[in-house]
Design a protein around this ligand. Structure first.
Ligand SMILES: *Cc1c(COP(=O)(O)O)cnc(C)c1O
Length: 481
């Protein structure tokens, strides 16, 4: 963290300092029209080196994977190999223009086709589309597919979607956007779907209004629901479909194929598991895969192979386009490079190491924090921040910043009070995990001996503890000197 005194670029300005040398004007000078002329624009005046230092310093105030450990649960902030960037930056990909037509886009279409095939194989799905631009966008597409399937069978009463109470917030949001009403399903003592509650929701006349269930496995508690096949069987028996939220496949790639466990429709976040950079609102991609008889409903176009040639094709009963052209093509190139680089063995090792790292860290963290479900976890686990009187999860998260760690996801999942959701990912080494666990233990000690260190954190950043409510209600979005 940079502790140099903070100055605004305007404060670094001094009259007459310039950072550019323009050539002499070689066109006739023209007066600025009267209404447009201003005496001064009050622009800062600074030399090139000052400007470079100023903006480089600002850029270093950010947290990023390339600079810091980033254990943001559910988000899989893993290291994204730089070779992916080099591949995506190759001229043939970077400058590809979607309007040149299939004939001149064979390379791009082949890549899309092969990535579709790879992801179908990883997920255990018959077909898939790479159109959606994000996880939530994949969910929305998948829910549209479920609706279209029921409508195609003339089953118009199915307007309700079951969602376990541990689900990511995008699940109920996607269902609502697609016109469904959501019904929460409670979790059982093990952190999985409560089967008795599920059976009750599917029973009798009410069960005929259920379009399906949206399930995340492993779920956001980092736990694998061993009843997944039974859950799918119950929902299918009641006439519904099973949607799988596969935003985070980090624990199961190459190990478990969701499509073989009864899941009918599922999305993956390429910008989580498949290593394309995200955070800060960067581009993503949300592959959506389905079982064979749902393929006709996929969003399109999808890439198809005809003889030796590749072409874009619209599935016959498609829910339509959800994104322009090829989707977020640059993201697809990165994901394909990653999948090919790892291969089947590498994808499996990725998952094994993600689970190993999470369990290693969990055992260490359990020495100073309660972990809600202490059984073996998958890619992440959820600890609780109520470690001392008057101390909250927010205080711990802010104190972590003082020690140079990005805080984990906090206050989610909603069913764990004072939740701290930690996902170390497979790309961190033992030393980093040890250092993080040590700092958490130290913070737990400070919580008792000097709680104000936590209450006042962060103290090493340009901006200290914010009034988060005021910041949300009255955001200051422009510079005010
Ligand atoms: C990240 C995530 C999503 C949403 O993905 P976006 O790309 O942010 O829309 C959905 N479900 C789960 C479990 C996630 O972790």
């Amino acid at each position: 963290m940079n502790l140099m005194p903070e100055k605004l670029i305007h404060e670094l300005s001094a009259p007459g300092r310039i950072g550019v040398s323009l050539p002499d004007c070689d066109v006739p000078a023209t007066a600025i029209p009267p209404g447009l002329a201003r005496a001064s624009l009050k622009l800062p005046e600074a030399d090139e080196l000052t400007v470079i230092r100023h903006f480089t310093r600002l850029s270093q105030k950010n947290f990023s994977i390339d600079s810091h450990f980033y254990p943001l649960g559910s988000c899989t902030m893993k290291y994204n190999p730089k070779v992916n960037e080099q591949v995506a930056g190759l001229r043939g990909w970077r400058d590809a223009h979607p309007l040149v037509g299939d004939e001149f886009s064979q390379g791009a279409l082949e890549l899309i086709y092969k990535l579709q095939e790879s992801l179908n194989e990883i997920g255990g799905f018959a077909v898939g589309s790479l159109q959606p631009a994000a996880g939530a966008h994949g969910e929305l597409s998948g829910i549209f597919i479920i609706r279209a399937w029921h409508v195609s069978r003339g089953d118009l009463k199915r307007t309700k979607m079951l969602i376990p109470d541990s689900a990511h917030g995008t699940n109920p949001a996607s269902c609502t956007m697609a016109g469904f009403t959501t019904l929460p399903v409670p979790s059982d003592a093990e952190g999985g779907v409560d089967l008795a509650a599920l059976k009750a929701a599917l029973a009798g006349e009410a069960g005929k209004e259920i379009a399906g269930i949206m399930i995340t496995n492993p779920n956001t508690l980092g736990l694998f629901d061993r009843n997944i096949e039974e859950i799918a069987r119950l929902v299918h028996e009641a006439g519904g479909l099973v949607y799988g939220d596969g935003a985070n496949m980090n624990a199961v790639t190459g190990v478990f194929k969701p499509g073989n466990s009864g899941i009918d429709v599922m999305h993956f976040n390429l910008h989580k598991t498949f290593s394309t950079p995200h955070g800060g609102g960067g581009p993503g991609a949300g592959y959506v895969g389905v079982r064979k008889d749902l393929g006709d409903f996929l969003p399109g176009p999808i890439a198809a192979k005809k003889g030796d040639a590749y072409a874009l094709a619209m599935p016959s009963k498609s829910i339509g386009r959800v994104k322009s052209f090829y989707g977020n093509f640059g993201v697809l190139v990165r994901a394909y490079a990653y999948v090919r680089m790892l291969g089947a063995t590498g994808l499996r090792r990725l998952a094994e190491n993600a689970v190993l790292n999470a369990n290693y860290l969990k055992v260490k963290v359990e020495k100073s924090f309660k972990v809600k479900y202490p059984r073996r976890c998958m890619h992440e686990f959820v600890a609780m921040g109520d470690i001392a009187p008057g101390i909250h999860t927010l205080d711990i998260a802010k104190r972590l910043i003082d020690y140079g760690f990005h805080p984990p996801t906090i206050y989610f999942p909603l069913i764990v009070p004072e939740a701290i959701m930690i996902e170390p990912t497979e790309t961190e080494d033992k030393e980093t995990l040890d250092a993080f666990a040590e700092v958490l233990a130290k913070i737990a000690e400070e919580a008792v001996t000097n709680p104000d260190l936590l209450h006042n954190a962060p103290t090493t950043t340009p901006v200290g503890r914010l009034d988060e409510v005021a910041a949300a209600r009255n955001p200051m979005l422009c510079f005010r000197g």
